[in-house]
Design a protein around this ligand. Structure first.
Ligand SMILES: C[S@@+](CC[C@H](N)C(=O)[O-])C[C@H]1O[C@@H](n2cnc3c(N)ncnc32)[C@H](O)[C@@H]1O
Length: 345
């Protein structure tokens, strides 16, 4: 019986996925073997998110993601996706990453559009294996800074250099951004901002800060310090923050390596100095991108429950990922009506 006959939504056929040839070259194999042998879960998370973008390449259009992810993570996610498709799952593995990527892309483009005609900087904290500087045309007038731990920055640079030597990959390695600078720094420390400035970042220039998949790896005090540093820039220049926040239940699952959470980032950020804050949940009109085909998907269920609830009706933890955009500038004052946005439930 077809899914139409059973009255179920069609699960789209998964596009064929082939491991790129470049991943089987000796240099690249060895680099990924080092990642698997020597990196901890925190650093490896950079490759896992890249694997998500690679498997969802038909929507993320990230041609470098597979190279940066490595074969092991690609194969493991691909297996899960195949099972989900075979089982007609209500969500396909990796869909959160795909939606999150597209949400950050679209909000980044909108922020840069609103700053059009000015000199802008884009700072990606915990950039991992992100390749936006190579794939987003909207960055052509922006200086991009990617900040991550030294091993991650070094490995990414070396993997991209290896790709440079391959005639097939060469075309994807054109930097779209006005400039791209990688900065090795530990955001938990006190000197990352200084390192960023030494690398060319100018505090007075309009800046979009991207904290994608980062905050929850930090402790509460470390995350708050990073957010305060960024919020303080609102008194100096046009400042945009794009960040995802886990709610408390998401950080309390067993074996979790997550610490920082906020159930109400839309209250937290104004208290730090941002004047405009908007919060989206996966599945909201601006965080859907036509990727959540099954009407009974998990995200629709979550969105129908009040945000204050920490346990689902079936007793499982009510885990949410909030996608938050915030901004501020020296000329803006807090707008109380806007601060109340989305916090009524
Ligand atoms: C889940 S990955 C996300 C990477 C990238 N933003 C993306 O969405 O693909 C988290 C990244 O944050 C980086 N990170 C975590 N803690 C960090 C710290 N204290 N300093 C610098 N980078 C950090 C990790 O090395 C990793 O690359």
């Amino acid at each position: 019986m077809s899914s139409e006959e059973r009255n179920l939504p069609e699960v789209p056929e998964w596009p064929e996925f082939k491991i790129p040839e470049l991943l089987s070259t000796e240099t690249v194999r060895q680099l990924h073997a080092t990642i698997e042998k020597e990196w901890d879960a925190l650093r490896r998370s950079a490759c896992q998110t890249a694997a998500g973008r690679a498997l969802w390449k038909h929507v993320t259009h990230d041609p470098l993601a597979a190279l940066l992810a490595g074969e092991t993570y690609l194969r493991s996610l691909h297996e899960k996706i195949k099972k989900d498709c075979a089982n007609n799952a209500s969500e396909i593995s990796g869909v959160i990453l795909a939606v999150r990527t597209l949400w950050f892309d679209s909000k980044l483009e909108a922020a840069l559009h609103s700053l059009h005609g000015t000199e802008t900087q884009v700072v990606l904290l915990g950039a991992g294996m992100d390749a936006r500087a190579y794939r987003l045309d909207c960055l052509k007038e922006s200086d991009v800074y990617e900040v991550d731990l030294p091993e991650v920055v070094q490995m990414k640079t070396t993997l991209l250099q290896a790709a440079m030597e391959s005639p097939n990959e060469h075309q994807h390695l054109k930097i779209m951004a006005k400039s791209l600078t990688r900065v090795s720094a530990d955001i938990k420390g006190n000197d990352w901002l200084e390192k960023l400035e030494t690398s060319g970042y100018v505090p007075e220039k309009n800046t979009v800060w991207i904290l994608e998949g980062l905050l929850y790896y930090l402790t509460h005090s470390q995350a708050m310090q990073v957010l305060r540093i960024i919020a303080d820039k609102c008194t100096m220049t046009n400042t945009f923050l794009l960040a995802d926040f886990m709610n408390k239940p998401s950080t309390t699952l067993s074996n979790s390596i997550f610490y920082f959470y906020s159930d109400w980032p839309d209250n937290l950020l104004p208290s730090l100095g941002f004047s405009r804050v908007n919060l989206s949940q996966i599945g909201d009109p601006d965080a859907h991108f036509g990727l959540l085909h099954n009407p009974s998907n998990l995200f629709n269920k979550l969105r129908s429950l009040p945000r204050s609830i920490h346990t689902n009706p079936d007793g499982t933890p009510c885990c949410r990922l909030y996608l938050v955009q915030a901004s501020g500038s020296p000329n803006q004052t807090l707008e109380p009506a806007e601060l109340r946005l989305n916090i009524s439930t």
